[in-house]
Design a protein around this ligand. Structure first.
Ligand code: NAD
Length: 467
């Protein structure tokens, strides 16, 4: 059944009749934000009825507004994100928001497949799931909400977000931006919703709710396992510990610069960022020399022991990450160790064994351990050991195409960047689109609009084939 344009316009007008349009974010506004997760789900369900009736062109108008508002508010979001979470860098967070606004795919990502022949015409079209429940991290909070919103709304869904409590202010600011974009573009309010006080309990209600058709969980192993145990279809974007391998055929000065650029981006918060280096013995010292030429500070192995004590808490021999140091500036970490370090220091490096806690753990700090290996054969084994089967990201610098091919096959990760900083995988200094939800555990890889659709086959037998 075709819906008349006037009907859609009347519904939309009715919904927005009492809401004033504004091009700026009104901080008092609470559009889309509720006390109770059940109310947030109900509001998104009602909004999805409207979105379902909208044309692709109307959806695209909302996406365009979200992009514009993300750019307009990039600095404010970056500042609030750093202020609230105490993690990352304002300058890099601005770039992340600009990147997602420019390069997250919209409705053009949805493709129809057709078979036309003697027995008629068959189409497979991609439709919305309905209401998606999205759980978002503290490390890229507003980036994930805005990026998810673009892809999920472009696919025709509405979204209920359960953000990380430690990033609630900036997450809710992103939710408001999306709702204001929707209203300004003639769409409904509550196109995305959230709650003031997200908890594990609200997350569990969301995951189990009858009106939630799909779950997207972006975060560490706990949330991904919870999503996969929910009994619903779930997209699991989990943790990584990306190694970067450097062999003797690499352009060493370039590799050193690329690695420090990638590992220090937003103080190593991105899950794709280089988290440790596996370097062939022949070039390891040269590589470290060029790293120090590019803003790295080398510490000794005894200083690495002190650093371990600083960034881990020790509970009866069991080490756990001290979250106070996640995403902090390298020079601040060094000063806490009693070292003199200028603000131009971007990363801390040291040589260590593969099972060193600062190497095997996903730190999300600008700290890079360098594991020296005899040759490329050993590098493959060490890189696989460090990636720990997350199947998330790995990177390599080499001039040898056979080595590049070999590691990419053996390590089998969703992302494999060659001869560039890790962020090239997000379309930043590399080809391809952007996402902040990389479905490593469930295999969708870099999510985009099509990931948030379901497939529907439409068959007309013995007709409409005009060949
Ligand atoms: P986190 O796992 O602490 O939190 C992520 C979200 O899950 C939050 O909203 C949190 O409240 C919720 N959560 C955590 N445990 C839960 C549980 N048992 N049940 C229900 N909800 C739960 O992660 P973080 O520290 O905010 O983010 C960093 C982690 O996320 C890193 O491991 C990083 O690699 C990963 N990450 C992955 C991607 C990706 O695309 N694959 C993107 C960003 C971050």
């Amino acid at each position: 059944m075709l819906v008349k344009q006037e009907d859609i316009e009347n519904i939309v007008k009715q919904v927005i009749s009492n809401i004033k349009n504004s091009s700026k974010i009104s901080t008092e506004s609470s559009i889309g934000i509720f006390e109770d997760i059940n109310d947030a789900i109900e509001a998104a369900r009602v909004a999805q009825k409207i979105v379902k009736l909208m044309t692709i062109e109307q959806r695209e108008a909302i996406i365009k507004k979200i992009r514009e508002k993300t750019i307009e508010n990039a600095k404010a979001l970056a500042e609030l994100g750093v202020e609230e979470t105490g993690m990352g860098r304002v300058d890099h967070k601005i770039l992340k928001h600009q990147l997602l606004a420019d390069k997250t795919p919209g409705t053009e990502d949805i493709k129809t497949i057709a078979w036309s022949g003697d027995r008629g015409l068959t189409l497979v079209e991609m439709g919305p799931f309905g209401v998606i429940g999205s759980i978002t991290p503290s490390t890229n909070p507003s980036e994930t909400i805005l990026c998810n919103s673009i892809g999920m709304i472009a696919a025709g869904n509405t979204v209920v977000f359960n953000p990380h409590p430690g990033a609630i202010k900036v997450s809710l600011m992103a939710v408001k931006i999306v709702n204001e974009a929707s209203i300004e573009a003639g769409g409904p309010e509550n196109i995305v919703t959230s709650i003031y006080h997200p908890t594990l309990e609200s997350c569990n209600i969301l995951m189990k709710h009858v009106d939630i058709a799909l779950i997207a969980a972006t975060g560490g192993p706990g949330v991904v396992t919870a999503a996969l145990s929910s009994g619903k279809r779930a997209i699991g974007a989990g943790a990584g510990n990306p190694p970067v391998v450097v062999d003797e055929t690499a352009d060493i000065p370039k590799a050193a610069k690329d690695i420090i650029d990638g590992a220090s981006f937003d103080n190593n918060l991105p899950c794709i960022a280089e988290k440790e280096v596996v370097a062939v013995k022949e070039i390891a010292d040269e590589l470290m020399y060029y790293m120090t030429e590019n803003g790295a500070y080398e510490i000794t192995s005894s200083e690495a022991v002190l650093l371990t004590r600083l960034v881990f808490t020790n509970n009866k021999g069991k080490l756990s990450l001290n979250r106070d140091w996640i995403g902090k500036d390298a020079y601040k970490i060094l000063r806490a160790l009693g070292k003199e370090a200028g603000e131009d220091i971007r990363c801390i490096i040291f040589k260590g064994p593969k099972d060193h806690p600062l190497i095997i753990e996903e730190l999300m700090m600008p700290i890079l351990g360098i594991v020296e290996v005899e040759d490329f054969e050993e590098a493959i084994e060490v890189a696989k050991f460090l990636e720990q089967g997350n199947r998330h990201s790995a990177h390599m610098h080499s001039g040898n195409i056979h080595n590049l091919t070999r590691l990419s096959r053996e390590i089998d990760t969703a992302i494999f960047v060659k001869n560039a900083p890790s962020y090239a995988a997000l379309g930043f200094g590399g080809e391809g689109y952007c996402t902040f939800t990389i479905a490593s555990r469930t295999g969708e890889g870099l999510t985009s609009t099509k990931t948030f659709t379901k497939s529907r086959r439409c068959v007309l037998a013995d007709g409409l084939s005009i060949r």
